[in-house]
Design a protein around this ligand. Structure first.
Ligand code: F6P
Length: 547
């Protein structure tokens, strides 16, 4: 069934939300807490080992009920069913969107074109299991009979960001294999990686859904050339594997049929880490841990599918994001994990979120007349506190922020963890409460500051507060909890796309740059600058003259 094409701004719920916004916009979060000291009881969700406190937002019970009314009037319930049942919800590419099938149980039945896809999903999973255990145990060897020590994932976008993020996030669970990532077509990137490697003990994973991506193919050719300086053509079969839907192109590259891990066109690149695209993750942490990542995601899928919307974590976070984006005019959202392990979470979610919902044409083919998309950015706390938090606290922009923290540290260093988490709690409190002129003055009085100095400094030291945050507190960073966390954000993206009436699973916007780069490459190679605007011609001529 096609997704409906309701313009959200035309719904009664949207108009009610606009009126409600006009009525409550000037009240602060502090005032809401003063009016109801128990407010957190109404605005927190607990599920598995996740606690989500969303009470520090500019919302009342009425806000939530109006946002839920919006979700219902857009037909979110049916859209979720279509998403999980394999309906063609990526209509512009005529595809289902079934990354959720990759983490479904073996007993599930999920059909694409009338065929249950679960048996082939499990066939590939079993292949991943066998392959990874042979590499990890050292039974699978390189061309001189040595076990593998290094793995290189060659891919870009969804074929890089998810695996790179998860390998980094789960390094506590890692085995002896060193895992590297080559993504950028910048030759310096691939050379920096190659210089650390021994061809005899390195396994290369070429990951490209389409197997046509310039960056990945160029890096693969460069690596193959480097490898062949020490090995023969036949040795490629032992050292190169590919993950792709384009079996023909992979075979043309010279990869042995046994070394091909298939994927499917119903898995979007930016949601593909659950497929064989996650081979580097399974190699790094072992199949059982990798499988736990999938189990965690599957449990979040079940929660998202079955929980009532007012108890549903992805739905709640998506609606809050819409509230700030479309009514308060917030331009971006920050994501601050209080663990160094999640330092690549924001870049990973940038692709998932911004490639998905960076659209300005509605599902009805008409330009939208409201804001879509979310700009995501962030870095781990506490580093980010010493970098950009000043702007969140005292700048002019409203930046709703998700704080993600874990109750248990992985190495058991309680002292460090207590310090880390005290910052985690302090920041959301400071962002909400700020510091009043009276509080600042009291500090000055205590310090004995003279009146002239105090009155000069006072305005700079006042924090208005009233900065919204969500706190996501999880028991421990494990493969399973990471799987749930990623799936949570995937479903948040889905809900927002449905409400914004856009197609979240295509990415036509990245194609134009690729086409232009190809024609400019021909001009650079032939040293002939063709017809461009004067700026581009000027830059190209300068480059060619000085190269
Ligand atoms: O950036 C565009 C894009 O198509 C992404 O959606 C995708 O993840 C990436 O390029 C890589 O594509 P592929 O896996 O086909 O090489």
């Amino acid at each position: 069934m096609a997704l409906n094409t309701t313009n959200p701004t035309g719904t009664e719920a949207w108009k009610n939300l606009q009126n409600h916004y006009n009525a409550i916009q000037s009240s602060t979060i502090q005032e809401l807490f003063q009016q109801d000291a128990t407010r957190v009881e109404n605005f927190n969700l607990q599920w598995n080992d996740f606690l989500v406190d969303y009470s520090k937002n500019n919302i009342t019970k009425e806000t939530i009920s109006l946002l839920l009314e919006l979700a219902n009037s857009i037909g979110l319930k049916n859209a979720i069913a279509d998403y999980f049942n394999g309906e063609i919800i990526n209509q512009t590419e005529n595809r289902a969107v079934l990354h959720t099938a990759l983490r479904a149980s073996e007993a599930a039945v999920i059909k694409v074109d009338g065929e249950n896809v679960i048996p082939e999903v499990y066939e590939v999973k079993n292949k991943i299991k066998k392959f990874t255990s042979e590499v990890i145990s050292g039974d699978r060897k390189g061309f001189t009979g040595k076990a593998f020590t290094d793995i290189v994932n060659i891919g870009i976008g969804g074929s890089d960001l998810g695996p790179a993020m998860a390998v980094e996030a789960l390094q506590f669970y890692k085995n002896h294999l060193n895992v590297h990532f080559v993504s950028n077509v910048d030759g310096d990137h691939v050379n920096e990686v190659i210089k650390k490697l021994n061809p005899e003990t390195t396994l290369f994973l070429i990951v490209s859904k389409t197997f046509t991506t310039q960056e990945t193919l160029s890096n693969s050719e460069t690596i193959k050339e480097w490898f062949l300086k020490s090995a023969s053509q036949e040795d490629i079969a032992k050292h190169f594997v590919a993950v792709s839907t384009n079996i023909q192109k992979v075979t043309e590259f010279g990869i042995n049929a046994d070394n091909i891990f298939p994927m499917w066109d119903w898995v979007g690149g930016r949601f593909s880490l659950w497929s064989a695209v996650g081979l580097s993750i399974a190699l790094a942490i072992g199949f059982d841990n990798y499988n736990q990542l999938l189990v965690g995601a599957n449990e979040m899928d079940d929660h998202f599918k079955s929980a009532d919307f007012d108890q549903n974590i992805p739905v709640t976070l998506a609606l809050l994001s819409i509230w700030y984006n479309n009514f308060f005019g917030a331009e971006s959202e920050a994501l601050i994990p209080y663990t160094q392990y999640l330092q690549k979470l924001a870049p990973y979610l940038q692709q998932a979120t911004m490639e998905s919902n960076g659209k300005s044409v509605g599902r009805d083919g008409k330009p939208v007349n409201y804001q879509t998309g979310t700009i995501i950015w962030g870095e781990p706390g506490t580093n980010s506190q010493h970098a950009f938090f000043q702007l969140i606290h005292q700048g002019t922009k409203l930046i709703p922020t998700d704080f993600i923290g874990f109750i248990k540290p992985l190495y058991g260093n309680e002292d460090h963890h207590d310090k880390l988490m005290s910052n985690f709690f302090a920041q959301t409190e400071a962002l909400m409460n700020g510091k009043t002129a009276a509080q600042v003055q009291a500090e000055f009085d205590k310090q004995g500051l003279n009146a002239e100095k105090a009155s000069y400094l006072l305005p700079f030291k006042v924090f208005t507060g009233n900065k919204p945050t969500n706190t996501i507190l999880v028991q421990k960073l494990t493969p399973k909890s990471l799987g749930s966390l990623i799936a949570l954000y995937e479903h948040k993206i889905f809900v927002q796309g449905i409400i914004w009436n856009i197609f979240s699973y295509d990415q036509w916007g990245v194609e134009l740059g690729k086409q232009l780069a190809n024609s400019i490459l021909d001009e650079i190679k032939s040293e002939t600058v063709k017809n461009h605007d004067s700026s581009t011609s000027f830059l190209l001529n300068h480059f060619l003259k000085n190269k």
